[in-house]
Design a protein around this ligand. Structure first.
Ligand SMILES: *Cc1c(COP(=O)(O)O)cnc(C)c1O
Length: 497
């Protein structure tokens, strides 16, 4: 199953090339040319498997130039052993009659990024071996908080790979900052950037395509790659948990095989929800895909109007991993909705770059609305939802998950659509303790995040994940702050040039 670029379908790649390169040379994103089918028979078999077997079965189709042994080694390394604190890897929690939270945060960094970023370094290292070039891979990451730590953790001390993470200085929580700044490993580097996530992301994109930088790297026997969700290797492992959640619902007799479920996802860069779209396209019985935004509601507006317009105020919210005005993975969806018209996609992306906006045709908008609906949630509603879930069900959720829960409630109220719904729960509540404790009515004034997290334990009766508890005593290793213009200096420092 070869891959092609969204901006030039003649740019083809194997799975290992797509994973190694991250981005296609002309700036497009790699997508599979065709998708494997999830027939009823295949789903029946998957229902009987555990998470690891399901992942091996599904990912084997996408990693067409990997041997079965290589696929198994990557999957076992990512999800096996004690890596995940829950034996089911991505368990479901039932809330009320027809709602299930898919908990994607039992991995090493307590956010859903681990689901993909425990896998990516393994597929990337395997891909590098296949290429036989022996180049050192330099991973550049722009993060709104959770990706950075999950990538650092995933790539830490992986031979032949070096990783440099840029985060917006004002855009991440103190706890996220500490998670990154204390990262261990010989091959890691962390830099704060003056600006917001979009600044960090466009700076990384610029480095990626800077001819001078690229030729220097080449001379040094180095090559860039990406761990952001623009890399197909990031997106692919996320398809598994939607299929797996469906199989668990069948296995637990919550639904019959073939029943439709809706999926709701708190969305930032559009990677997580796009993985659900791919699962639906493969034949998983998914009804509506609901894309939940916080106050930065550029996606909700797009799904309503067909105009994507990033020219709007940027808000720093209590769900920072969704504070994004340019959702890169939307490009992949547009490519599929527009019948793989690469020129048209390139045109839209050009106007996004130039004018910060684009509009799709009525036809494309109606195709989009057939599968997707959008919604957004205010800061007040997010906090009220955290409290409401705790009061009603004794369930403690984080701010991102709360945004999706609220949007789900609104959608049901507006449409009357009571279809069973899986909501992606994307972070441990202890990763955002200030916002969560405040939502419950706890006093946070004057307390640092660790004191707040401990107080949250007392108030909620829930236990904080071990890795967050241990963070308190960890030594800070990285303190550098760079301006947007000087991101190249960070790269030089990371490479010891
Ligand atoms: C990254 C992240 C999101 C957004 O996911 P995308 O794939 O970028 O849409 C939502 N919630 C949390 C906690 C995250 O870390």
């Amino acid at each position: 199953m070869p891959y092609q670029s969204t901006r030039n379908v003649l740019q083809k790649a194997t799975a290992s090339q797509a994973i190694l390169q991250g981005l296609s040379p002309e700036g497009g994103l790699f997508v599979p040319e065709s998708l494997p089918a999830l027939t009823k028979e295949r789903l029946e078999k998957l229902v009987e498997m555990d998470y690891i077997r399901r992942a091996q079965d599904l990912l084997g189709d996408f990693l067409e130039d990997f041997t079965a042994e290589e696929v198994a080694a990557c999957v076992n390394g990512a999800y096996g052993g004690e890596k995940f604190a829950n034996a089911k890897i991505a368990p479901l929690s039932k809330l009320g009659e027809n709602t299930y939270l898919l908990e994607l945060w039992h991995g090493p960094t307590c956010a859903f990024k681990d689901m993909a970023l425990q896998m990516l370094p393994r597929t990337m290292a395997t891909s590098a071996k296949k290429s036989g070039k022996g180049e050192e891979i330099i991973i550049l990451v722009a993060t709104s908080g959770d990706t950075g730590k999950a990538a650092l953790e995933g790539f830490c001390d992986v031979p032949g790979i070096r990783i440099l993470v840029f985060y917006p200085e004002e855009g991440v929580s103190p706890l996220q900052k500490k998670q990154m700044a204390t990262q261990e490993g010989e091959n890691v580097f962390v830099a704060a950037i003056e600006g917001n996530f979009d600044d960090a992301q466009s700076g990384v994109k610029k480095l990626f395509t800077d001819e001078t930088v690229l030729s220097q790297l080449k001379e040094q026997g180095r090559v860039f790659s990406s761990a952001n969700s623009i890399n197909w290797g990031r997106l692919m492992p996320q398809i598994v948990y939607y299929v797996s959640a469906y199989c668990d619902l069948v296995k637990d007799e919550e639904i019959a095989l073939g029943d439709t479920v809706n999926v709701r996802v708190p969305t930032g860069n559009f990677g997580n929800i796009l993985a659900a779209y791919y699962a639906k396209e493969m034949g998983l019985p998914i009804g509506k895909l609901i894309c939940a935004s916080n106050r930065n509601n550029v996606l909700a507006d797009f799904m309503e109007s067909g105009t994507y317009d990033r020219n709007r105020p940027f808000f720093a919210t209590t769900s920072p991993s969704m504070d994004i005005l340019i959702s890169s993975n939307l490009e992949r969806l547009l490519f599929h909705l527009m019948d793989e018209d690469d020129k048209a996609v390139a045109g839209l992306m050009e106007s996004l770059k130039k004018d910060g906006r684009y509009t799709v045709s009525e036809e494309i908008l109606s195709r989009l609305q057939k599968d997707f609906a959008g919604g957004c949630c205010s800061e007040e509603d997010c906090a009220a939802t955290i409290k409401d879930l705790f009061d009603r069900y004794g369930y403690l959720c984080d701010t991102h998950t709360a945004v999706a829960v609220k949007v789900c409630e609104e959608y049901r109220r507006k449409t009357g659509d009571e279809t069973r719904t899986v909501i992606a729960s994307t972070a441990s509540p202890f990763k955002f303790p200030h916002a969560v404790l405040s939502a419950l009515g706890g006093e946070v004034k004057g307390l640092d995040e660790f004191a707040v997290a401990e107080k949250l334990e007392q108030v909620s009766g829930c236990e904080m994940p071990r890795q967050l508890r241990e963070l308190k005593e960890k030594q800070v290793r990285f303190t550098d702050v760079f301006s947007r213009e000087n991101m190249l200096d960070a790269l030089k420092k990371a490479l010891n040039d």
